[in-house]
Design a protein around this ligand. Structure first.
Ligand code: G
Ligand code: G
Ligand code: MN
Ligand code: NA
Length: 249
């Protein structure tokens, strides 16, 4: 069990590093982009996934600091991605945190023309309901060329309201629905409806959590645009992406 002191040390000593999970185009199989997923490299406990530290870190109000740290790593890693986009997860609280958008814009001044390679994923959540701040922050990011994705789509009761509230450019269908394909007819209907909705709103569609060829085939038929999941590649350190790509092609 991690303590608050562990979290502070992790932020201070750079124990929080992004892993990258590839996202590919389902129609062409080409490598499209990546999602950055944070890991803690703890000196004695080893590699930890977010479930072990993110709730505490967020409760400590350190999520915006984590987002900036992840963004810095990701910018340094962009050359290895050869012009591909990276998605960074942020909490709704980070989006509206004082100074967050200003800090992002200021940091990107050091990386000309890189803004359009960064997107921010936000899990639908009540945290932003009726929040003008969310819209203002998102709009400013949009003006500067950053993109916004709605993550885990379909899992909360306010998904549709969130879509109306913020200027999203892509929709990530939650893996619970993808993993229930193709046997579960309700899941299939939800995926189809999500794709139709995304299409009508001109949003990019990304299916998350593809683990089997059958799911891939079905999503291909359903005209989903992009895919992410263990079937394609697990989250990995930046140095492993080139090897993954050679193997995937
Ligand atoms: O691989 P995985 O166990 O990485 O991710 C678990 C959860 O942690 C996911 O819901 C993911 O969105 C979230 N997550 C991963 N990296 C980050 C991050 O850098 N910031 C935030 N806020 N959430 C993250
Ligand atoms: O950001 P989000 O909440 O969507 O986080 C995605 C989570 O799903 C991360 O923890 C990531 O490691 C995990 N993940 C990605 N692909 C797969 C998959 O194919 N199967 C499973 N079980 N988990 C996955
Ligand atoms: Mn995500
Ligand atoms: Na998700």
């Amino acid at each position: 069990q991690l303590s608050e002191a562990d979290i502070l040390q992790a932020l201070e000593h750079g124990w929080l590093i992004p892993y990258y999970q590839p996202i590919v185009d389902i129609q062409t199989s080409q490598w499209d982009s990546c999602e950055a997923l944070i890991r803690m490299q703890h000196p004695t406990l080893g590699l930890l996934t977010p479930v072990h530290f993110l709730p505490l870190l967020t409760a400590m109000g350190k999520d915006a600091e984590l987002a900036m740290s992840t963004l810095r790593y990701t910018l340094a890693h962009l050359p290895a991605l050869q012009g591909r986009r990276v998605a960074i997860n942020i909490t709704p609280q980070t989006l509206i945190a004082q100074g967050f958008v200003d800090n992002v814009i200021a940091l990107l001044k050091e990386y000309p023309n890189m803004n359009q390679l960064i997107s921010f994923e936000i899990t639908e959540s009540d945290a932003l309901e009726n929040a003008d701040q969310g819209l203002e922050a998102a709009s400013r990011l949009g003006i500067y060329g950053f993109r916004l994705s709605i993550d885990d789509f379909g899992t909360g009761y306010s998904s549709l309201k969130q879509l109306d509230l913020l200027p999203f450019e892509s929709l990530k269908i939650d893996m619970s629905f993808i993993q229930a394909l193709p046997v579960n007819r309700t899941a299939q209907a939800i995926v189809e409806a999500s794709l139709l909705l995304a299409n009508r709103l001109s949003l990019d569609t990304i299916a998350e959590g593809i683990e089997e060829d059958q799911q891939w085939q079905l999503l291909h038929q359903m005209q989903c645009q992009k895919a992410q999941g263990y079937f394609i590649g697990k989250p990995m350190p930046i140095q492993h992406l080139v090897g993954w790509h050679l193997n995937w092609q």
